[in-house]
Design a protein around this ligand. Structure first.
Ligand code: MN
Length: 265
């Protein structure tokens, strides 16, 4: 992927970019992503009030949502990442965005983890309604070199705006190694790896004597060979995985039809 100086993409007042995340509206990664988008068009920021990592595609249906505006103009919602993008698209924004970007997440969203990711879900909410979308994550937690990750995001966003992909409707999952030179690392188009395993649940007794269970951390990657997101980032590359949402097992549809035709009744 070719790198392009930011000044080659002029400000386009008709370009509208919606920015969301799952770490909350105060997260350094959100500020880095806003900075990455500055000068490209009209920006709207709608993010969760609190950290909503791991909330996947959940929507809040059992209560009303409140929308607040921070001093910097960013809006925040007492809901999930998907709530934020959904409300933005169908309640808050006067115009439909041309692009939805999400992140920059604190921590990787690779392999099976993408199913749980609020960062990917926020982008996916835009994608589900026909808007191209990109999720950005830093591989290691801690916000080290988040500015460099922001420069990667800028470069990827400029690339898709300047040279739109053949598929005009896309969902990209970008994972960026935490390195000061991240914007000079090679970009690799990847597929999702697999983990297949999780660390055990952790049991604790609270100060009040109640037993609590904590979901354990994700296990090590089990399928992390060449071509996967795990492989790329562990080899010092920026991983870009095109995603789709259709969970149908297309390859096995004939087998299942055959099975169903033999079923009793
Ligand atoms: Mn997060």
């Amino acid at each position: 992927m070719q790198r392009v100086a930011s000044e080659t993409t002029p400000y386009n007042p008709s370009m509208r970019i919606l920015i969301a995340n799952d770490d909350g509206y105060l997260a350094p990664g959100l500020a880095a992503l806003v900075k990455a988008c500055e000068g490209l068009g009209e920006l709207d920021v709608v993010a969760p009030e609190q950290n909503a990592s791991g909330t996947s595609n959940s929507l809040t249906l059992n209560r009303g949502l409140s929308v607040y505006t921070a001093a910097n103009g960013h809006r925040y919602i007492n809901g999930t990442p998907s709530d934020c993008v959904h409300l933005a698209l169908f309640g808050l924004l006067e115009h439909r965005p041309d692009l939805v970007v999400s992140g920059i997440n604190q921590g990787a969203n690779m392999g099976d983890d993408t199913l749980y990711s609020g960062t990917v879900a926020a982008a996916m909410e835009g994608f589900l309604f026909g808007i191209p979308a990109i999720a950005f994550s830093q591989v290691q937690k801690g916000w080290t070199n988040v500015d460099a990750a922001g420069r990667v995001a800028r470069s990827v966003i400029e690339h898709v705006l300047r040279d739109p992909p053949a598929a005009p409707h896309y969902l990209l999952n970008v994972n960026i190694p935490n390195r000061p030179d991240a914007d000079h690392l090679p970009r690799r188009i990847t597929r999702l790896g697999r983990r297949h395993a999780s660390e055990p649940v952790i049991r604790q007794v609270s100060p009040r004597g109640d037993t609590l269970y904590w979901i354990g951390p994700a296990g090590d990657a089990r399928e992390a060979g060449p071509g996967t997101d795990f492989h790329a980032t562990s080899n010092g590359e920026v991983s870009i995985t095109p995603l789709h949402v259709d969970l149908t097992d297309h390859a096995r549809l004939p087998e299942w039809r055959e099975w169903a035709s033999k079923a009793p009744g």
